[in-house]
Design a protein around this ligand. Structure first.
Ligand SMILES: [Cu+2]
Length: 198
């Protein structure tokens, strides 16, 4: 409408106007309202899709050259290269790296997220049905990077609890055996030391 020429012979130039407050308020207010609505919608969606992590994560995942360490914070179970999670429960994962950059990725269940030495990252993960998924390290992290796969197994709640308790029992058995070996070694070396002095 503004570009359409309306000129007839003998007609005077139209009046020039400037500083029309109403027009300025309208053409500033409408885009501002659009941007404000988009901002609120985006902030709300971001909060729903990736909520802030809790102070204590459920699982800590540590990338090593070239394997994954998985620590369950509630049960103190520790496993490697096989992550189990319960179906229907969102879990907060904290991701650390022991040596170099790695990247956690389960294409069917979780987005890519880097593990950075000294800078923990966080991600929420939730499964809706039982299954087994293949996960990868997606950051070149050294000569054996291509083999740095892992399994993500989603269990029904009761099965997950059984699995977690079993892993915890394995850990405690190993610790007890380790403590026994230390005690035995200490007493053997003490005996050798005492024999050497006597
Ligand atoms: Cu890698």
């Amino acid at each position: 409408m503004l570009c359409f020429p309306r000129w007839r012979d003998g007609e005077r130039d139209p009046e020039r106007g400037q500083g029309n407050k109403i027009i300025e308020i309208v053409w500033t207010g409408i885009p501002f309202a659009f941007v404000a609505v988009l901002f609120v919608l985006s902030a709300r969606t971001m909060g729903i899709s990736d909520p802030p992590p809790p102070p204590k994560p459920d699982v800590v995942l540590i990338g090593h050259q070239w394997w994954w360490e998985v620590r369950y914070m509630n049960s103190v179970a520790v496993v490697a290269n096989e992550i189990h999670i319960p179906v229907g429960k969102p879990l907060a994962l904290r991701l650390d790296a022991a040596d170099v950059l790695h990247e956690f990725w389960v294409p069917e269940l979780a987005r890519k997220i880097k593990t950075v030495p000294g800078h923990p990252n966080h991600i929420w993960i939730q499964a809706d049905k039982p299954g087994t998924y293949l996960g990868f390290c997606w950051e070149f992290c050294g000569t054996q990077h291509a083999w740095m796969h892992f399994l993500l197994v989603t269990d029904p709640q009761a099965e997950f609890q059984q699995w977690e308790q079993a892993q915890r029992a394995v850990l405690f058995r190993s610790l007890r055996r380790g403590a026994g070996i230390v005690v035995q070694n200490v007493s053997e070396s003490s005996a050798t030391l005492i024999a050497g002095f006597s």
